[in-house]
Design a protein around this ligand. Structure first.
Ligand code: HEC
Length: 199
């Protein structure tokens, strides 16, 4: 702008000639961009996209899925099973409801022969049944389809050691044997007489 200006001084003062500023991009912008690109490339290259389970939180798929119900070596929560499956009728106390749901506490069917007890819970009972001297004629549902042998064994063992009951635990093999022996059965036992005959 140092060339001689043909414009008159006042005009120049009022309307300065527009000019293009010499402002190149600051050096740090391309530097920063290059640095970010390099970081991104490096980050992606080093990311565990190969899905190595040792990275992340380190848990394997099997650990995340948890143990299969009834898997050997898994402690079964028999008390929780009882609360979920039986307590609605037989009550948390095991005392049942007089005249409607028979007691499991002190019941001869609970502390009696193991195979007979397993048969009751596998197939259910519907018919006249005497428990602790009291007659019942309700319908006990079958659990063969809902509970596995190990679950039933844990549950029955729990009942046999609860509320003052003191009978030997029931093994999963016993439940499995009764399940096998009664596989042909399609309905519940027709009351105490038929259960008494079951060996
Ligand atoms: C829907 C209510 C109901 C549920 C749930 C139920 N029961 Fe029963 N249970 C009965 C009835 C009713 C009888 C008596 C059946 C009869 O009168 O023929 C009975 C009888 C029994 C008997 C034999 C009689 C006695 O009192 O000892 C046992 C053992 C038994 N149930 C165990 C169980 C177990 C273990 C569960 C859980 C897995 C269970 N019941 C869930 C209603 C139920």
């Amino acid at each position: 702008m140092n060339t001689p200006d043909p414009m008159a001084a006042p005009q120049r003062r009022e309307h300065p000639e527009p000019h293009e500023a010499a402002r190149p991009m600051p050096w740090y912008l391309p530097a920063l961009t290059a640095l970010l690109l390099a970081f991104g490339a490096l980050y992606i290259a080093r990311s565990p996209v190969g899905d190595v389970p040792a990275r992340g939180d380190g848990r394997s798929v099997a650990e995340l899925q948890g143990p299969a119900p009834g898997a050997t070596g898994t402690p079964l929560d028999a008390a929780a099973l009882y609360a979920a499956r039986c307590a609605a009728c037989h009550q948390a106390s095991g005392a049942g409801l007089p005249g409607v749901f028979p007691p499991l506490a002190g019941s001869e069917w609970v502390t009696g022969p193991q195979r007979r007890l397993a048969a009751v819970v596998l197939h259910g009972v519907s018919g006249p049944l005497t428990v602790k001297g009291q007659p019942y004629a309700g319908a006990m549902p079958a659990f063969a389809a809902q509970l596995q042998d190990a679950e039933l064994a844990a549950l029955l063992s729990h009942l046999r050691g609860q509320w003052g009951n003191a009978a030997a635990p029931v093994s999963a093999d016993t439940v499995a044997a009764v399940r096998r022996d009664t596989a042909a059965r399609s309905g519940p036992f027709q009351g105490g007489a038929e259960l008494e005959a079951f060996r």
